[in-house]
Design a protein around this ligand. Structure first.
Ligand code: BG6
Length: 482
């Protein structure tokens, strides 16, 4: 009872976004077409499609998104009003190298992020920059089939070198790849790997899969990430460069040892495979076994092992939204819409998009990760995707979102007392933005409402929700006033 529960001084409170989901301006400032720009809108039940050629009359949510490109000053001001210490954003690779393999970077693209960082600096908000968040120049898909081709490593490293040098005095915190472990799952093929999937272009759990290509692409991303870490530290020794994992917390559905083992195996193969490589600098034994048993042959070049060893990250970040159950019995009820992620947990409630809400699971997850690595952690995505109602007086009373965030923050605080070295917290979509999974606007995470609907209609006006004022108080009291 005498234990003092507090967040550490200097805890990085903020919010998270990604260029392809909120910037818009997809053809402006010399920007090239990215993989996300050829993805149509969808819904919880209708998968998004990849269209190799842009279709007349089809809605592509990334093209305008929420137009941060023109409204960044207004948006950053709102983040500052909430008291943000950190702002997670990504750089659109296609603003810097429109085709990915260009000889020279685009000055106009570089200038845009200079302006954004200057604006953040005005309010003392530290940027946390994801270098590649679910998008690559579409030209790299067309010419090289994305990350399946080793040459893409060099294009990425050149892109990193360009932005590291340009922003070395403006940005300290970097993440090499968003949710890099998505490539361990079939639906990550295009979004994370920029590889054109075979089949009808629908992004669903049933996507036609090619594990060989996927894991080869993942190897290339590991090499690219490790090279970026090493290079970044040479350019500025104070850089902190992290990995970013989509943490899929999976519990055994029963105490049947078969279920318990399966849960551990899933934890290893889906969650820890990537971070073992990025944090420890080598493939773990269970990965090698998995590759052998599944006839996956990773083509490695001489020197790759050394590259991985020399490119270990400084900190570990992850997204956490929910947990699922796993069972050795194939007849259990699946949940999770068209990207079905696991089994129903009878003890948990789920969101309207069938994501099971599990605050305690965040404490479990933080401890689980920290037990393994003992390096600083950061929760860089968390939140509730929900439809909001705008009242007649314009207010948005999102008590459900406040409750979700509050319960997760409480568990983070417990984890800090457990001894976890936690640097910060950036809830996802601090301003409403396009859903990555479904392409919808209706699935809102924001503390700031954006007037735009699933068909792309709306004024794009911003308005603070009830959660905005609540979160401001949370930050103001360093997590005391929940
Ligand atoms: C993470 C991604 O998987 O989850 C984000 O890094 C994404 O890009 C977020 O938006 C929430 O998922 P969704 O499908 O609800 O947008």
């Amino acid at each position: 009872e005498n234990i003092i529960k507090k967040f550490p001084e200097g805890f990085l409170w903020g919010g998270a976004t990604a260029a392809n989901q909120f910037e818009g301006g997809y053809k402006e400032g010399g920007k090239g077409l990215s993989t996300s720009d050829v993805m149509t809108g969808g819904t919880h039940t209708t998968p998004r499609r990849i269209t190799p050629v842009l279709e007349e009359g089809t809605y592509y949510p990334s093209h305008e998104a929420i137009d941060f490109y023109h409204r960044y000053k207004e948006d950053i001001k709102l983040f500052a009003d909430m008291g943000f210490k950190v702002f997670r954003m990504s750089i659109a690779w296609t603003r810097i190298f429109p085709n990915g393999d260009d000889a020279q970077p685009s000055e106009e693209g570089l200038k845009f992020y200079d302006d954004v960082f200057t604006e953040l600096k005005k309010y003392n908000i530290e940027p946390l920059v994801t270098i590649s968040h679910y998008e690559a120049p579409y030209n790299l898909t067309q010419k090289y089939n994305g990350w399946s081709d080793r040459r893409v490593v060099d294009f990425y490293v050149k892109y990193c070198e360009t932005i590291f040098n340009r922003y070395k005095d403006k940005v300290k915190y970097w993440l090499t790849f968003n949710e890099i472990n998505c490539l361990t799952m079939p639906f990550g093929t295009f979004m994370a790997g920029a590889i054109m999937p075979e089949g009808n272009g629908e992004l669903s759990a049933n996507i036609k899969d090619n594990p060989q290509l996927r894991y080869q692409a993942l190897h290339h991303q590991f090499i690219a990430s490790a090279k970026a870490v090493k290079l970044g530290h040479q350019i500025n020794k104070d850089f902190k460069i992290g990995c970013m994992i989509a943490y899929m917390t999976s519990y055994a559905l029963t105490c049947n040892p078969e279920d318990v083992f399966l849960a551990q195996q899933k934890d290893n193969l889906s969650n820890f495979l990537c971070s073992d490589v990025q944090v420890r600098g080598a493939y773990p034994g269970f990965a090698k076994r998995y590759f052998k048993e599944n006839n996956i042959n990773i083509a490695m070049e001489e020197g790759d092992e050394q590259i991985l060893r020399e490119g270990c990250v400084d900190f570990y970040t992850f997204s956490y939204y929910m947990s699922v159950c796993v069972s050795a019995d194939p007849n259990q009820e699946k949940i999770g819409g068209n990207l079905s992620m696991g089994l129903k947990n009878p003890y948990l409630k789920a969101s309207a998009w069938e994501w099971q809400i599990d605050p305690k699971g965040l404490r479990w997850t933080l401890n689980n990760i920290y037990n393994r690595y003992q390096i600083p952690l950061m929760v860089v995505e968390n939140g509730l995707g929900a439809a909001d109602t705008v009242e007649a007086d314009g207010s948005i009373n999102d008590d459900y979102r406040i409750e979700y965030l509050r319960e997760h923050i409480k568990e983070m605080k417990e984890a800090v007392v457990d001894g976890v070295d936690l640097m910060g917290y950036t809830p996802w979509g601090c301003i409403d933005l396009v859903s990555a999974g479904t392409g919808e606007m209706k699935k809102r995470y924001g503390l700031i409402y954006v007037d735009k609907d699933n068909d792309g209609k709306g004024t794009l006006d911003r308005s603070p929700k009830k959660s905005f004022y609540w979160y401001k108080k949370v930050i103001d009291t360093n997590g005391e006033n929940l």
